[in-house]
Write a protein that binds this ligand. Structure first.
Ligand code: TXD
Length: 308
């Protein structure tokens, strides 16, 4: 039987994720949104790309959670973007409402699924889905680190005229200003970047990575990034659905790893058929450890705003 994936939220990120998944041709995909008819329209459009691109994935758009039943993976992208009049806490509360409702429906219709959270503020929303679902921690994971790392890798490759494929890197921590790009462990074809790029230039690239989302928001005028975010989701789904056991930075529930307790924070994790199969603890130096702790504190503040 073909696998089934539901994507909740048919906005920019959600619909692009569905398109990428359909093109992989390894699962049927359901796209849910509360806006009447819109997901149905987008799904039909994607279905009709199948004959041209050669995929048989069934793509269904819906406003009814019954259609999402028995999904293996549910990707959650539903949420409001921050409006200029909203404070950060207003946004947390509003998206808390949305993600809580969505999670309840996931539990009802797909009790054995793996949830991949995308909605911002990412780490807090992953924590909320974990809390509401009651799923074990291997079945709730947030996407941010793959994207932040992809941004870092892009900038390093551009700097050196290198192939992005040769650039290995990790960005840890929460998805926000406090993220921790691990420049010390970034290599190009195995060579540490400290041998290739002057320290002050690396620091500029690290800062551009931290501001990576904001740079795109500013250029777009309205909305935020979705091409690289959806590609990042795809890498996570690939590793889970195909049981590839790739290690990539993800927001996972830490219970003492990295000396962080009961909190979602981005760290390297192995993704396979069981979801988060291993949390990989890499040795951090004192400075990196302090930055990760600061990032965890920022996530904790948001979790406290939600009162969970
Ligand atoms: O790295 C990351 N994790 C991120 C996160 C990278 C990029 C975008 N990131 C966040 O994803 C972003 O800050 C938002 O919180 C989400 C979705 O971003 P997108 O750009 O796709 O937003 P849209 O286009 O506004 O889409 C949101 C959709 C829209 O169609 C709404 O109608 C729908 O969500 N929505 C709902 N769907 C289902 N159920 C409910 N309750 C609901 N409320 C709104």
């Amino acid at each position: 039987m073909r696998s089934k994936i539901t994507v909740v939220g048919a906005g920019f990120v959600g619909s692009t994720v569905v398109q990428r998944l359909a093109e992989r041709d390894y699962a049927d995909v359901v796209m849910f949104d509360i806006i009447p008819n819109m997901p149905q329209g987008k799904a039909l459009d994607m279905l009709q790309a199948g004959p041209v691109l050669g995929y048989d994935s069934l793509v269904v758009g819906t406003n009814d959670y019954a259609d999402t039943a028995n999904s293996d993976i549910v990707v959650v992208t539903s949420g409001l973007p921050r409006k200029p009049v909203m404070t950060r806490d207003d946004l947390v509360k509003k998206n808390q409402e949305i993600v809580s409702q969505v999670t309840e429906q996931i539990v009802k219709y797909s009790p054995n699924s793996i949830i991949i959270m995308i909605t911002n503020p990412l780490d807090a929303m992953a924590q909320l889905a974990y809390h509401i679902s009651g799923f074990p921690r291997n079945r709730v994971v947030g996407m941010a680190g793959v994207l932040d790392t992809a941004r870092f890798r892009t900038f390093i490759a551009q700097e050196l005229g290198a192939s992005v494929r040769d650039v290995q890197a990790y960005v840890l921590g929460g998805h926000g200003d406090t993220m921790v790009p691990l420049a010390r462990m970034c290599t190009v074809a195995g060579v540490p970047i400290s041998h290739l790029i002057p320290a002050e230039r690396i620091e500029q690239i690290v800062q551009r990575t931290r501001d990576g989302g904001a740079e795109i928001v500013k250029l777009l005028g309205t909305g935020s990034a979705y091409f690289a975010p959806s590609a990042s989701v795809l890498q996570m789904v690939d590793s889970i659905l195909l049981d590839k056991k790739m290690i990539m930075p993800c927001a996972v529930y830490l219970q003492g790893e990295y000396s962080i307790h009961n909190l979602f924070v981005g760290v390297p994790a192995k993704l396979g058929a069981q979801g988060v199969e291993q949390i990989v603890e890499i040795e951090l130096d004192e400075h990196e450890r302090a930055l990760l702790q600061k990032s965890a504190d920022a996530v904790k503040e948001l979790v406290e705003v939600m009162g969970i």
